[in-house]
Write a new protein. Sequence first.
Length: 577
Amino acid sequence: MPLDDPGRPETRSPIRFLWWVARGQVPTLAGGVFFGIVWMCGQAAAPFVVGRAIDRGVAGHDTTALLLWCAVLLGAGITQAVASVCRHRFAVTNWLVATTRVRQLLNRQAANLGGSLTQRLDLGDVVSSATTDSRYIGNALDITARSAGALVSFVAVAIVMLATSVKLGLIVLIGVPLLMLAIGPLLKPLHHRQMALRSSVGALAGFGADTVAGIRILRGIGGEAEFVHRYATRSQAVRRLAVQVAAIESVLDACQILLPGIFVVLVTWLGARLTLNHELTIGELVAFYGYAAFLLAPMRIATEAAERFTRAIVGARRVLKVLSLPPVLSEPAQPKAAPARADLFDTTTALSVHAGEFLVVAATEPHEASALADRLGRYVDPDDGNEVRLGDTALRELSIADIRRRILVADKSPRLFSGSLRGQLDPFGRASDAELRGAIETAAAGDALTSVPGGLDGMLDENARALSGGQRQRIALARALLADPEILILDEPTSAVDSYTEAKIADALAAHRRGKTTVVMTTSPLVLDRAERVVLLDGGRAVAEGRHRELLATNAFYRSVVERDAGSDVESAEQSA
């Protein structure tokens, strides 16, 4: 683990999904079932052997028979012990594989949906599905070994009891199912309350995550008290739902003790009456008591299995809520091969990006530049019949995986993850130290490197909170450069740095990417001046193009856009620093 390929899940219903997960690990499930049956039957055989030892060895005054049955009991105990170890190993394997498979499916779906996932589902629900619901599904497969052993041993004991006493055998065959039916009505309300609790916990987790992310804003507007009040209110609602679930679970647990206890008392009383009437021997009475005591275990396993499968169905329904989301982007039925070193053309803006050039796009509205970057990387599809073409091939006709390999879009709000700085820059471990330091130098991120204790092997916390906004931006830029894509699209890569650092980045970036297609979305004069070509975007259309200094001298509108944004960029960089 992780699995090479978690497979394509069955998403039509929770039951079908659970069955699909089980089919994916039939050999280990079969091994668990086999050893579970041997383990439970070994326990079930003990009362029978003890009864025979009493009747034939003790009551019959036959030392040889007594020793023989004692040896049989020892063999049954050893077999049971070995089977117990093997059953447990298979059960843990079944739990791990199922849990891992579900988490890999969720991870793959999250990767496929990208940023649209959190726009369509609450983040807390997604996290809870990957952590809690996957465990519930694993728990259901874990208990299959014990459930199979409980079922087979119950049937075996019932047959032995019928052969010995029809009355007691019928009591077992009829009584145990009746006890299970008595517990059944508790499962449906438990199922509904668990669903409600699960939804509330996910919503509360998402609310907490949103608040933590925006804590600075809350403090700025004095909203801490309001947040505490809202969080306390939601927490109390979750607590009340949890108490409701616990109330049913407590009754269920009590029934697991009370009902089997009543059953044992009944079987023992009837067995004693039959013994007094000479219909049973002393050894058979002892065996019947042992059978009745043993049957507590299968019955408890059965009720536990019912509870686990109920939780697994709830968990599967939540997992399918994520897995059944259709992708925002459709894959072509027959993907075409992408042409090598081709121009990129966006019909929406009439923008053409020549292969191997260093192009800067200056937009009057920042959101237009960001939208263009998303279209060029096919994170969204153009509207109104427009398209983006790579050479003569529309991006819609290429596989998304092929596009991701060839076109990298680094957006204006990059995300850094916890872990080593080396792993952050080079997740696949392909770059040498020299390449890492070269990318860091190009991104002018040397100060970020020295500020991390341990350098490249130092650890970053979540989203690298110990680094400044400008340092995080430059680390993200170095990461994009190390990926070395055929086409690199950078959206405002220097918005959080000062002018001196920005000039260094602009010079180094143009040299680093020489001969490789690079598109930068920015209105920074320092970056614009290093561009081989500048395109001005206004109203969603390319309205001017040329070298930066030529446009400054000949295009008053371009000059006004650049001068307007230059002042705001300085202010933003000072705040970020």
